[in-house]
Design a protein around this ligand. Structure first.
Ligand SMILES: NC(=O)c1ccc[n+]([C@@H]2O[C@H](COP(=O)([O-])OP(=O)(O)OC[C@H]3O[C@@H](n4cnc5c(N)ncnc54)[C@H](O)[C@@H]3O)[C@@H](O)[C@H]2O)c1
Length: 340
């Protein structure tokens, strides 16, 4: 049985990745410092899978603690998700983002080299593409980052390329996520934002449950079919399965760095998402149209053919599943991860 280290495994994406890994027969070791998550997520993973993941509380900016992880466990491969991710906050606190996201990655690379662990899946973001020059966006699209968070992802990708060039056995898969939403169908794990959510789905579910009064739709004068932005939403369990495919594909890969988009390849407007949510959950979402948000692009969706061809991965769930599952999670856990 192979052992996979999942950094940031208590987070939104990490918890879903852990479930898929356990169900695919891997032994999972999670590290997290809970800067944006809670230990309860790990209990919920156990409730879903019937197995506890191994866990060490580690801040990856502390290289000594990370070293301990590699001394304690014999790691076969790493999925690196730990990071800070709020775009707006990264503009206000850029140094915190550079320090956290880059030093975590550098320490991880050092450990991987020291302990001869040669397989890495890294979570990057479609934000690295900046304003699209064409859609669907291929992995070869030029990169242009517009905020400190995005730049940490772009810089991380560059660091990984340089690392691989200098340390030949490394096999690295970079996954650029589009817009992961939804929750595990059990309703036991999901997105658990603190404060006012930055992303549309948790915002919408919090309005639906009465935590927030009204959904703000940022702009309705974009050149799209109904004037609202078009995004490529992908179900979180599909996205999580993409990581399992990534780990499996690395085995037969030549030492190199490969980049894959994870999305559905289809664009949905904000209003379409809103109406689908209202329809499948039989709720009413009050909304107001406000000004465009600086930095938002009109249309963004992925070309997903490379992941399909080379990883054997394709999203299977649609917008309705994403809305239904996000609502189930919110409805059953109105206060997020508190012990039942
Ligand atoms: N959610 C998205 O829409 C999205 C899109 C593109 C890329 N990503 C990337 O995917 C990854 C996971 O995102 P998420 O949505 O699950 O976020 P999240 O905040 O829910 O999860 C990140 C986890 O990393 C942990 N963490 C952060 N810094 C750490 C450190 N120094 N040491 C140990 N643990 C640390 C946090 O406590 C959290 O549990 C991030 O790297 C994020 O940038 C997310």
């Amino acid at each position: 049985m192979e052992t996979i280290l999942v950094t940031g495994g208590a987070g939104f994406i990490g918890s879903h990745v852990c479930v898929e890994l356990v169900e695919a027969g891997f032994r999972v070791v999670v590290i997290d410092n809970f800067v944006n998550s809670t230990p309860e997520a790990l209990d919920r993973i156990a409730s879903i899978t019937g197995e506890r993941v191994h866990f060490m509380e580690v801040d990856m900016t502390d290289s000594g603690s990370l070293d301990e992880v590699f001394l304690t466990y014999s790691i076969d491969a790493v999925i690196h998700l730990a990071g800070l991710k709020a775009v707006g906050d990264s503009v206000i606190n850029p140094l915190r983002y550079y320090l956290n996201n880059l030093s975590s990655l550098l320490h991880l690379c050092e450990c991987m080299q020291k302990y001869h662990v040669h397989r890495l899946v890294f979570s990057s973001s479609a934000t690295v593409y900046g304003p699209p020059q064409h859609v669907p966006i291929k992995e070869t699209h030029p990169v242009q980052t517009e905020n400190p968070y995005g730049r940490t992802k772009h810089m991380s990708e560059q660091i990984l390329r340089d690392f691989q060039r200098s340390y030949f056995p490394m096999k690295i898969v970079i996954l650029r996520y589009f817009n992961p939403i939804g929750a595990h169908p059990s309703g036991l794990i999901g997105e658990n934002p603190t404060g006012v959510p930055n992303n549309i789905m948790p915002y919408m579910t919090e309005v639906a449950i009465g935590k927030l009064p009204v959904l703000q739709v940022f702009g309705n004068d974009y050149p799209t079919r109904d004037g609202t932005c078009i995004r490529d939403y992908v179900h979180i369990t599909d996205l999580a399965k993409g990581h399992v495919k990534g780990i499996e594909a690395i085995d037969s890969m030549e030492p190199s760095v490969a980049v894959y988009n994870l999305g559905t390849g289809e664009g949905t407007t904000v209003k379409e998402l809103l109406h689908t949510f209202e329809h499948v959950t039989e709720t009413k979402i009050p909304f107001t149209i406000t000004d465009r948000r600086p930095g938002d692009v009109a249309v963004s969706y992925a070309d997903v053919r490379a992941a399909e061809r080379e990883l054997g991965w394709k999203a299977t769930k649609g917008i309705e599943d994403m809305c239904r599952d996000a609502w189930r999670w919110q409805h059953r856990n109105p206060a997020g991860y508190v012990k039942n």
